[in-house]
Ligand binder design. Structure first.
Ligand code: AMP
Length: 195
């Protein structure tokens, strides 16, 4: 199944995604991680992407979708994958639909991680101290939140019209959140319990 893990910066998408893909045995497609890798490798794409990422702006749709499309062509993605941090614009969501349709497939579930703003800000400040990401400075955190509300939040409405969204309370302990996510996946798959 192709699953989209959706949520604002600091909602815990990365942490939950790493655990979920291990269990579901599907690839983890984090566009943030893929773009950071490209930046580390110093490729032309990485350098262009960095000029947006480092300032808390979205990398242009065509670049991001190009990276995703290439990854989706790998044999390990044929049965599904978990998208983390993608799609981040309605245009990306449309282009993803096209990509998957070409592969006779479609998005099967969108998990919307809901976390209150004050909690998001606290988590981002903690991450800034612990991970030292260049895009976790107070100014870029504020911009990323603005970008999320302006450009990414509409993606949820796009999927809601197709009844693909399950909203999950993303607050509380990591284990409790993970259990809620697993219950949503389990319900969608109509299969054996996910541990
Ligand atoms: P993340 O690790 O998901 O928080 O992403 C870090 C940064 O990478 C974002 O703030 C954007 O600059 C860029 N990025 C990641 N995914 C996307 C995407 N789907 N579209 C545009 N930019 C992205």
């Amino acid at each position: 199944m192709f699953i989209v893990l959706f949520g604002p910066p600091g909602s815990g998408k990365g942490t939950q995604a790493h655990r979920l893909v291990r269990h579901l045995r599907i690839p983890h497609l984090s566009t943030g991680e893929m773009l950071r890798d490209a930046k580390r490798q110093g490729s032309a794409l990485g350098l262009t992407a960095a000029s947006f990422m480092d300032h808390g702006r979205l990398v242009p749709d065509d670049l991001v979708v190009g990276v995703v499309s290439e990854r989706l062509s790998s044999p390990d993605c044929q049965g599904g994958c978990l998208f983390d941090g993608f799609p981040r614009t309605v245009e990306q969501a449309r282009l993803l639909d096209d990509e998957l349709a070409r592969r006779q497939s479609q998005v099967g579930l969108v998990i919307n991680l809901c976390v209150e703003t004050t909690e998001l800000e606290r988590r981002m400040r903690d991450r800034q101290k612990n991970e030292h990401r260049v895009d976790d400075t107070p100014e870029t955190i504020r911009r990323r939140m603005r970008v999320f509300h302006a450009q990414t939040a509409p993606v949820l409405s796009y999927y809601e019209t197709r009844q693909l969204v399950v909203s999950i309370d993303g607050q509380g302990g990591m284990d409790a959140v993970y259990e809620r996510i697993c219950a949503a996946v389990e319900q969608q798959r109509g299969s054996a319990p996910v541990n």
